[in-house]
Design a binder for this molecule. Sequence first.
Ligand SMILES: NC(=O)c1ccc[n+]([C@@H]2O[C@H](COP(=O)([O-])OP(=O)(O)OC[C@H]3O[C@@H](n4cnc5c(N)ncnc54)[C@H](OP(=O)(O)O)[C@@H]3O)[C@@H](O)[C@H]2O)c1
Length: 438
Amino acid sequence: MAETLFHCDDVLWRRFEMICRERDETPGAVLRDLVRLEVQRCERRKARSAEGIDERLLVRLRLLVAEALAVSESWGDLQRALEERALKFTPAGGGLVLTDLATGETLAKSSQVGPPYMALVRRFGTGFPGHPQPGIAAQALARPCPLAPARRTGFPVRPDRRPPMTQTLALNDTRSIPQLGFGLWQVPAATTAETTATALKLGYRLVDGAAIYGNEEGQGEGIRRSGLPREQVFVTTKVWNSEQGFDRTLHAAEASLKRLGLAHVDLLLIHWPCPRKDLYLDSWRALIRLREEGRATSIGVSNFQEPQLTRIIGETGITPVLNQVEINPRLQQPALRAFHAKHGIVTQSWTPLGQGKSFDAAPVQAAARRAGKSPAQVILRWHIQLGASVIPRSTREAGLKENLDLFDFALTEAEMAAIATLDEGQRCGPDPARFEMD
Ligand SMILES: NC(=O)c1ccc[n+]([C@@H]2O[C@H](COP(=O)([O-])OP(=O)(O)OC[C@H]3O[C@@H](n4cnc5c(N)ncnc54)[C@H](OP(=O)(O)O)[C@@H]3O)[C@@H](O)[C@H]2O)c1
């Protein structure tokens, strides 16, 4: 496995660089598309090949590295994004070694002169920090970077010419989700259709709803009013606590689809685990059935913690594509995010603005001043750079616009590190270990 990863990655990188030259898309989108194709090819091969399982591990690993690359603008970013995925690069011998942080196992080696390393040097504008042979980096830098004809730093290095809200994260079922969306909690039922249509016209492509929000009719109506083709809108809804259990979940999902006026949702979630009820495993089996029946394209969970995630994965062999949990500067949940990364689960942040409680915090204020952005934009950008999907809510058109405007600036490594110090483990919402409300 160690040798194959970067051997295959050579091919992947060459195709990547070529397609980036040809296509008017972000490098991140191209890379994720390529890896997704590999996952699909691998899934098809699985039926015929005895090595199917190893191949899936390999593409899973490559997908993690691709995801980390897509959110990285420097070697430091890349290391942090890899660490969130329980991986680490270290210089060794003539090149870089990719290690599994959980087991210490060497997963892959990259030759110092191989295309992946050279391409990264060209993209980040420097050699790997402390690299034993800086001459190699100088050589790489002397060649033009296909991704950055004008400047050599940053990723994506070219201005993104596609609408940024179409920036997606890969899901573990070979599909993808827009990284940024908007949420409908506490949006009045009477104005939900208008808010949804406005947000979609502004450029959002992910609408996060739930049965308990009482506004699924407006969510569906807003999508229709926007005039967008159904396949361009990513629709999420959630099964409420009182509907847990196999049969009840099946019925609840059908009722949601009826209220939405849709034949399927793109993502169906179990809203809370309700551990004392102990029905979440049966509910998860129902979601698997609903996916098989095409009523939900992807399935995931919300507010699940490690024990419940481990149980549903262990019992069914199906890993949720995503866990939607409370994340904001005062509640950063690094251990849960690392667990997600290790299992290929996308983290999606709810109450991402943390009720504005960190707007005045010094690191947020300093970054806002430096970047010429609002505290809310700095915090939302922080979620994006963590690699999370994020679903802020605003009922104001100006707020919706402001929350979309996150893709023409980046927080520096020092700013990300300063915001990391704001974690106090303080929740705005309920504790999932105890929340059982029907
Ligand atoms: N799975 C779960 O259990 C769960 C729980 C909670 C939430 N969620 C989902 O997550 C979404 C977002 O969470 P949330 O609604 O709790 O909170 P949020 O998005 O963090 O914050 C919403 C609040 O911030 C204000 N706001 C929005 N943009 C702003 C900006 N740019 N500057 C200043 N203030 C701004 C909004 O007021 P204005 O409307 O006046 O702009 C509103 O009061 C929900 O809508 C829901 O879809 C899921």
